[in-house]
Design a protein around this ligand. Sequence first.
Ligand SMILES: *Cc1c(COP(=O)(O)O)cnc(C)c1O
Length: 395
Amino acid sequence: MTSHIMPTYGRLPITFERGEGAWLFDQNNNRYLDAVSGVAVCSLGHAHPAVHQAICKQSEKLLHTSNLYNIAVQEQLADKLIEKSGMDNVFFCNSGAEANEAAIKLARKYGHEQGIENPAIIVMEKSFHGRTLATLSATGNAKIQQGFAPLVEGFIRVPYNDVKAIEQAVEQHKNVVAVLVEPIQGEGGVNVPADDYLNQIRSLCDRHHLLMMLDEIQTGVGRTGRFLAFQHNGILPDVCTLAKALGNGVPIGACLARGKAAKVFTAGNHGSTFGGNPLACSAALAVLATLDAENLIEQAAQKGDAICSAFKEQLRGNTHVVDIRHKGMMIGIELDSPCAELVQAALQNNLLINVTSEKTIRLLPPLIINDQQIAQLVETLSTLIVKHTDTPHES
Ligand SMILES: *Cc1c(COP(=O)(O)O)cnc(C)c1O
């Protein structure tokens, strides 16, 4: 049978029919342990009753009215996000790329207001910010940009985890208005920077009057053991973008701003038909309430530590394991050779994992994963890694 879907994805040969917590079931009712969570989206697991109930109840009343009118659940969600983040206001959209588009537009307008005609944003090597034209231009991955020239201008790229490189770029280019960075690079290989990296960027941005813009689309909403990853550093950015886990599968994105950045957009500057609609906002409100009610963010920190210690124990002495790193439940196991085939091998063992940046196994389990499931994840994957690294392969 030919598919009529554009072939933009390399898909695994499996179709899931339903989910329950950390489990997914295929069409033959075979059970798989999900350690990817739809790429950091379903942090509460699949078919969480709180999200289910919230969207059912909302759909009985109202799905959409547009932003021509006030939307009460959107106001409530904004209040909650502000309370939890320490930011000042929010623009709602439908995806991560759109949240970053809002941030990029905000930074440019901020620059223009200061008389900078050609505002530039510093971005990082190996970064990922999305697939729209502006966000793929900001992304530090030649493969993602290949074939889509001319790219959007106004981005200056420097190495990740290198504050001096940012400083040099700022001194060299008089038109820099913002720094856009992921607190931990996800697609780029689960790259965890130095503990004080964000603090250093904060003080650099203060010294040079730049907007510090954090892409927390993957790290946010509890994933790293804090509601937002920057909360590990005791700082506040000027702009912060969210999406992925915010709706636990219902599409929603958000661009949060603070202080001078919160005053940049005025009526008519930006918009979205669906952004912040009642359905998506009611799902997100349920997600935030459930994270608190089930104490899941604190658990993300503890379970993440437990998972990594267990892998370190199981893989101790394996010289092909270069590094095991994590913050909360954002976990990377870097091998010394490409390991994309481990995804297939894991699938055959009823386990869903991801490999990114060729050599790094990325685990983003749902925050509700239990001890038994953690044990199964560590046992199954460690065995596969040992097998993989024992087998000679081309490098
Ligand atoms: C997934 C992701 C995006 C893009 O989000 P979409 O919803 O796919 O547009 C942007 N930045 C980061 C860090 C991401 O992980």
